[in-house]
Design a protein around this ligand. Structure first.
Ligand code: KIV
Ligand code: NA
Length: 276
């Protein structure tokens, strides 16, 4: 199949093939998802919540993303790796934004970066793309704006908000982004945006008319219970399986049924005799 790339995104939309994405934050998980055939993995700043236990994504640093992205990249043979630009890494100046995006590529071994926002960050987006770094946009619910918005809510329900989302998407496409994540927007609006754009949209809580889908893997595998968004489908209860397995382990260690002989190493009888 060959490594999924920026041009694969555009080709997939042209051919009407849905793009599949999940988040990933470490080598072992990335390898499993890569083997399963996922198109691309996002090293999301959601790692602040699901991997590090923060209340929101705002405390995540460029160094945090690099640390996880390097690990994910080692597990990806076919899947493309997209690294999130964290809060404040692309807000101060164009120069700083390019440097930080460059670090995610050079040190994080990602193939592309993702930024939250539209027209208000368009000069940063252009600067990063001019530096030959592919950019993915992210519109709708943008978790780095939690303190301005006042929570995590569906975006684009009013005419004004919906029109702004369409304008932002068109501006991002014009600036040269290769795809746009649409998070928590009405399905009909996501459909309109997807039809208006040549580049693909990747939805999360945006209905099934987007050109692809992404989920946080802990959500879809039942491994994170601090939040349960309506848009998540739980495909497995790995969290439950882990808890059961750990309980079995504790029990077997306590009652010495683990380890068994087959898990243990032996020593020759004549050597053993000399030890007493
Ligand atoms: O950080 C993240 O996981 C994301 C996805 C939810 C799109 O930005
Ligand atoms: Na994110």
């Amino acid at each position: 199949m060959g490594k999924f790339s920026v041009s694969s995104f555009v080709k997939a939309k042209k051919n009407g093939e849905k793009i599949t994405m999940l988040t990933a934050y470490d080598y072992s998980t990335a390898k499993l998802f890569d083997n399963a055939g996922i198109d691309a993995m996002l090293v999301g700043d959601s790692l602040g919540m699901v991997m590090l236990g923060y209340d929101d994504t705002l405390k995540v640093t460029v160094d945090d993303i690099i640390h996880h992205s390097r690990a994910v990249a080692r597990g990806c043979k076919e899947a493309m790796v997209v690294a999130d630009m964290p809060f404040l890494s692309y807000h101060v100046s164009k120069e700083e934004s390019i440097k930080n995006a460059g670090r995610l590529i050079q040190e994080g071994n990602a193939q592309a970066v993702k930024l939250e926002g539209g027209i208000e960050i368009i000069d940063k987006v252009k600067g990063i793309i001019n530096a030959q770094i592919p950019v993915m946009g992210h519109l709708g619910l943008t978790p780095q704006s939690v303190n301005i918005v006042g929570g995590y809510k569906v975006q684009g329900k009013s005419e004004k908000q919906a029109q702004k989302l369409i304008d932002d998407a068109l501006a991002l496409e014009k600036a040269g982004v290769f795809a746009i994540v649409l998070e928590c927007v009405p399905a009909e609006l996501a459909k309109i945006v997807s039809e208006r754009l040549r580049i693909p949209t990747v939805g999360i809580g945006a209905g099934n008319k987007t050109d692809g889908q992404i989920l946080v893997y802990q959500d879809m595998l039942g491994m994170y219970s601090d939040m349960a968004p309506k848009f998540v489908k739980q495909y497995a209860n790995i969290g439950g399986q882990m808890e059961t397995a750990v309980k079995d382990y504790i029990k077997e260690v306590k009652d010495t049924s683990f380890p068994e002989k087959k898990h243990s190493f032996s020593i020759k009888e004549e050597v053993l005799k000399k030890l007493y």
